[in-house]
Design a protein around this ligand. Structure first.
Ligand code: GLU
Length: 440
């Protein structure tokens, strides 16, 4: 994908909060990383300067203070974000994450990634992301409920089934989506199920949504194996992250015959050269506060060791900036499949490219979640619900088609799949933007 630093960096005429990364966060700043890739792809496409400037800008940034009465009666004020990257293809779509290190540039990057993801898989949404800077592990269910309800109330004018549709992301789940749905519905005086996706089945959720991101990781990995002439039954896999994405990806790849030799979570890594019993690991995590700490079906290893294991497939499914300039040279996998958003820095991209590693980029590999979110939204609006089999078949078909399109673009432009994915996304969003024109 070329050299680092990026030789194609363009001059931006109107630097602003909407277009520029926050200067003091330049190091490992996901928004900066997102724009570096966008730069390359825009250059390959010889994109018009004005269109490019539009694509790199968040269209709206909402920052809201979220006061919560804590269980001890004290008041704590949290910072909540919702960034709309753009709505060119339809209402904006994207999850909400709760974490202590949530910051504006991360949310801006994640919002842009949602826009590219939706364009790549072909769902009619723009991109958005939300977040609250908080430590959910230290909060009670009641505190989380009040936090969620107040955040939703503050953003009533932003959310809406035709406007902006949230979903779960890191540390948010079906229950949080249920509170969001309820709060929104109370304000509009009717039950509005299509305002949020990733909600429980009982209140308009979709079959297959919880597993969708992991399932998309599995589908794209199989597609990549096919291209490389690898047989799943002969492949070993290491999965970083054992949350909703990593655990399901591991389970489904195991079902396809792969041997999952390592998994990890915040408690550390677990390695077993003979293959880990993923069902047992999932049951263990469920029974131990969603943690693998103390899991006995494998030897403990460090996160650094996990990333450098001699495996066929490495699936970073945890968080940003895991494969960097410092450790990418140690990667021995033939395929890296990014279940997480932004796990690989641009510097690492260059190294992995030079090593000939096939990287299935996040905006393709983890797009299964938003694809089934789209199915959920369609079902809510129709009031007609699909079987799990139907959801899975359609998801597999769309992920497979998206993989092929991105792979072909990477061959056509003689570039990485990541830049191929950006090319597909830019072509689509810029094409739609040209048709719509700029309203004056
Ligand atoms: N949070 C997920 C993602 O990063 C899903 C978003 C959605 O379904 O809207 O893709």
């Amino acid at each position: 994908m070329g050299e680092h630093p990026n030789p194609f960096k363009r001059n931006v005429r109107t630097p602003a909060i909407y277009q520029e990364p926050t200067p003091h966060l330049d190091k490992d700043n996901p928004f900066q990383d997102m724009m570096e890739r966008l730069d390359y792809a825009a250059e390959l496409l010889n994109l018009d300067e004005g269109l490019y400037e539009y694509l790199r800008s968040s269209s709206r940034i909402h920052i809201t203070s979220v006061p919560v009465v804590m269980d001890d009666g004290s008041i704590k004020v949290f910072t909540g974000y919702r960034v709309i990257h753009n709505e060119v293809l339809g209402p904006s779509k994207g999850g909400i994450r709760y974490a202590p290190d949530v910051h504006l540039d991360e949310v801006k990057a994640l919002a842009a990634w949602m826009a590219w993801k939706c364009a790549i898989v072909g769902v009619p949404f723009g991109g958005a992301k939300g977040g609250i800077t908080c430590d959910p592990s230290s909060m009670s269910a009641g505190e989380l409920e009040r936090l969620t309800r107040r955040y939703t109330a503050n953003l009533m004018d932003v959310f809406g089934p035709d406007k902006d549709i949230p979903a779960p992301d890191m540390n948010t789940n079906e229950q949080i989506m249920a509170w969001l749905l309820d709060t929104y519905s109370m304000h509009v005086r009717r039950t509005e199920t299509a305002v949020v996706t990733g909600k429980p089945l009982l209140i308009g959720g979709s079959e297959g949504r919880r597993e969708a991101t992991g399932r998309g990781v599995m589908t794209t990995t199989l597609a990549a194996m096919e291209r490389l002439g690898l047989r799943p039954a002969e492949c070993t896999v290491a999965v970083q992250g054992f949350g909703n994405v990593g655990s399901v990806a591991a389970q489904l790849l195991r079902e396809q015959g792969c041997s999952i030799v390592a998994v990890s979570d915040v408690s550390g890594g677990y390695h077993n050269a003979d293959g880990i019993d993923i069902e047992a690991a999932m049951a263990y995590a469920d029974a131990h506060g969603r943690s693998l700490a103390g899991f006995e079906g494998a030897e403990p290893i460090t996160n650094t060791e996990l990333l450098a294991l001699d495996v066929d497939v490495l699936a970073p499914c945890a968080k940003e900036n895991q494969l960097t300039g410092a450790n990418a040279a140690d990667v021995k996998a033939k395929i890296v499949v990014e279940g997480a958003n932004g796990p690989t820095t641009p510097e690492a991209d260059t190294i992995l490219d030079e090593k000939g590693v096939l990287v299935i980029p996040d905006i393709l590999a983890n797009a299964g979640g938003v694809t089934v979110s789209y199915f959920e939204w369609v079902q809510d609006r129709q009031g007609y619900f699909w079987s799990e089999d139907r959801v899975n078949r359609r998801l597999d078909r769309m992920m497979r088609a998206a993989f092929d399109k991105v792979y072909d673009a990477s061959e056509k432009y003689d570039t990485s799949m990541r830049i191929g994915a950006y090319v597909i996304a830019i072509e689509k969003v810029a094409g739609a933007l040209k048709l719509r024109g700029i309203y004056a």
